[in-house]
Design a protein around this ligand. Structure first.
Ligand SMILES: [Zn+2]
Length: 244
């Protein structure tokens, strides 16, 4: 595996477990890695805080881009609860993020856009706009619409992985401990609720690999910070400082 000077990757970064592991996957392969997160009005701003903090820990430059979503769902509406994967589904959200990332990649000369899409479990979350067989054609359309020379590659390294395989990959990349800075819980809680579908799926992943989730370790570094990771007034926006 070689890294070359001109190879620059942009990681679509939610602050969740899969995209966090994708970040460390990209760091192994690309000379320069940056992360991009999207503030689409999600109730759980904690995931954006996690993204900003984890990018800093990983010593990569990070930006948060404001992005409008034209409908209200359990993830954005204050009067709607997230009770299952369906109520957490924001139609087309990840496709929109790919478009916005492709714009940045084109304008700023990124070689690759990397996502953590995948982690498919039978009967589990499996949002259609992260399924590899559907995202692939969409990325081809992006090339046609934005960049006919197809100089940007779209990488989804965990496209066919289960959650356990993503956790195993994290262990192989030696970034398990950093996963304490990720956010998964549908209820937006820290410590996580442990009972929502997202928490359960994550727990299953660690269980099958036989590793403890560092997020749940009461003695982890994060637990000393409390539920809020950023200091009052600290920006997580596009002006986030460049840390690497
Ligand atoms: Zn939960």
């Amino acid at each position: 595996m070689t890294k070359t000077d001109h190879e620059k990757a942009l990681v679509v970064f939610s602050g969740g477990l899969d995209s966090a592991v994708a970040l460390f996957w990209a760091k192994k392969r690309y000379k320069t890695v940056e992360t991009i997160s999207f503030d689409y009005g999600q109730k759980h701003a904690l995931e954006l805080e996690c993204a900003a903090v984890l990018a800093e820990k990983a010593e990569v430059s990070h930006r948060t881009v404001k992005s409008a979503i034209s409908v209200e769902t359990g993830l954005t509406a204050r009067n709607q609860q997230v009770t299952d994967a369906r109520s957490a589904f924001v139609p087309g959200r990840n496709l929109l993020f790919l478009v916005l990332s492709a714009q940045v990649a084109y304008v700023e000369g990124f070689k690759a856009v990397v996502t953590g899409f995948g982690a498919i479990e039978p009967g589990a979350l499996g949002y259609p706009d992260t399924r590899p067989e559907r995202v692939g054609p969409f990325c081809s359309a992006l090339d046609l619409g934005i960049n006919e020379e197809a100089t940007v590659e779209y990488r989804h390294p965990f496209a066919s992985y289960t959650k356990a395989q993503v956790v195993r990959e994290a262990a192989a990349l030696d970034c398990l401990d950093e996963l304490q800075w990720t956010h998964t819980c549908f209820k937006g809680q820290y410590p996580p609720c442990g009972t929502c579908p997202a928490c359960k799926l994550r727990a299953d992943g660690f269980y099958w690999v036989g590793r403890q989730d560092p997020l749940l370790d009461p003695n982890n570094e994060r637990s000393k910070k409390g539920p809020f990771l950023l200091k009052k007034g600290q920006k997580r926006g596009p002006t986030s400082k460049k840390s690497g």
